[in-house]
Design a protein. Structure first.
Length: 477
């Protein structure tokens, strides 16, 4: 049965979403806020602010209100007699051309590189690196060899080229035209760098739709549906330019994510627990430092031996985990606790199967193998914020902690603070200012009556919802 690949572009004034559905199942998802703050891929004329010798890095002012972080390794390219310290290369106030390679994530500043890369339809041009690479998703050896020979002919001296998946079966002429266009673009960027004020934006990455189309069209999309007329025209024009006019493009008004059944699948990306078809489940726990994933058999009891049941659950979980990492855009260190297996062949097969599933991900993934505790350790390149950061925000109650003060602890703190005042100061009246939770606890515990009877002190509990959950302030007269 043929798989129908449909690309949905749901655009509105606050949030744009692009989803790739294969027979209705979500396979790719990318949200983006329409606040103009997406800077990934942009090129700036930056100004060196600080050079940190101890960290071999520098902070660069790129004009966005938050300095970008530049590592020593991202500064040096094609230089003989490489300097040993960043202070030999960069000085405060110095102008530098940089490209955003990683968005600001959490408390971390955006990361930039002086190693510019310009993606085209078929190739990526890297003007400062002498290099040739072929997309790992082009697997057929004959096609890889053909593309490599074409690129060696086309590659300008001293520059680098990466062949994209979209170049599969592309002609030499098509690749030449694409490369020539990128070289002209880079020449314009260089000219703008010379003339632009310091700091300033000198090249902006393609708009939302084209940026993702450029990557997703290599997945042989059958149909594109979009609910924005301007983007519809942009897409039609882009497809004509890249010779993909055979792809059906439809303009359709309304909530496309809901109409095509993608919205409820996206909501599941925000949950910790992911159910498997067999009845097993996976728990995904994300922290600032790393992501921990736990696999459980759940309701699945199997039909043969216990070891076979565990093996099948682990295989199903491996496929789902690879998909979830891509859909949620989880990056950094990832630790996976598959269900323990004693059979060494099952363990090897599982790891090989998992690696194969991860190859479907365009973002670089590295599986390091089993740890001494039997956990699978891997990394996935972190380029932008995780999907959850676009669709969720910090809880105003717990401030992202996931837990709040217990009733018993709040009551204990209330009594301690009141009695601390009574021990040291002679007072007539005490005021407790707290939010609704504090007021409710004070009422339930009859705290006003207690202190009146025991200490002959008047207490008044005042609602102040500007206070954090469970927090309060004591005043007295």
């Amino acid at each position: 049965m043929k798989i129908l690949k449909r690309l949905i572009l749901d655009i509105d004034e606050n949030l744009s979403q692009i989803a790739l559905l294969e027979n209705g199942k979500l396979k790719e998802y990318h949200p983006e806020k329409r606040d103009g703050k997406n800077i990934l891929g942009n090129i700036y004329k930056g100004k060196i602010q600080n050079v940190l010798k101890g960290m071999q890095a520098a902070f660069v002012d790129i004009g966005i209100g938050k300095n970008a972080f530049l590592f020593f390794d991202d500064v040096l390219f094609q230089q003989e007699n490489l300097p040993k310290s960043i202070t030999q290369v960069l000085k405060p106030g110095q102008p530098i051309m940089v490209q955003v390679s990683k968005e600001a994530v959490g408390m971390k500043n955006p990361r930039v590189t002086a190693n510019i890369s310009l993606p085209g339809k078929y190739v990526v041009l890297m003007p400062n690196v002498d290099y040739v690479g072929i997309s790992h998703r082009i697997e057929e050896e004959g096609e890889r060899k053909r593309l490599q020979e074409i690129v060696k002919e086309l590659k300008p001296d001293g520059m680098g080229i990466i062949v994209r998946t979209a170049a599969l079966e592309a002609t030499e002429q098509q690749m030449r035209e694409d490369l020539d266009e990128l070289i002209r673009l880079y020449e314009k960027i260089q000219k703008d760098f010379q003339n632009a004020p310091l700091p300033s934006l000198i090249y902006k990455e393609e708009d939302f739709a084209i940026k993702y189309l450029r990557d997703l069209l290599s997945d042989e999309v059958d149909e594109i549906v979009v609910n924005d007329k301007e983007e519809y025209e942009n897409i039609k024009r882009y497809l004509k330019n890249v010779g993909k006019e055979n792809i059906s493009v439809t303009y359709e008004e309304g909530d496309l994510m809901g109409i095509y059944g993608a919205d409820f699948q996206v909501e599941k990306l925000l949950e910790k627990k992911v159910w498997l078809k067999s009845g097993g489940f996976v728990i995904i726990d994300q922290t600032e430092a790393l992501t921990v994933i736990d696999v459980n058999t759940g309701k699945y009891v199997g039909k043969s031996s216990l070891e076979e049941t565990i093996y099948k659950t682990n295989l199903e979980a491996a496929e789902e985990i690879a998909l979830q990492l891509k859909l949620r855009d989880i990056g950094g260190i990832i630790i996976i606790d598959f269900i323990d297996m004693k059979n060494e062949n099952f363990r090897k097969d599982l790891l090989e199967f998992f690696k194969k599933e991860l190859q479907k991900d365009r973002t670089k993934c590295t599986v390091l193998g089993y740890t001494q505790l039997g956990l699978v350790e891997m990394t996935r390149k972190r380029v932008r914020s995780q999907v959850g950061s676009y669709l969720k925000e910090k809880c105003p109650i717990c401030e992202g902690e996931g837990m709040v003060y217990s009733t018993e602890y709040i009551y204990k703190r209330l009594r301690n603070n009141i009695e601390r005042v009574l021990r040291h100061i002679k007072v007539r009246k005490i005021y407790i200012k707290g939010n609704d939770k504090v007021v409710k606890i004070a009422a339930e515990k009859e705290i006003v009556k207690f202190y009146k009877e025991k200490f002959n002190v008047d207490l008044e509990v005042v609602v102040d919802n500007n206070k954090k959950y469970g927090h309060f302030e004591i005043e007295f007269e």
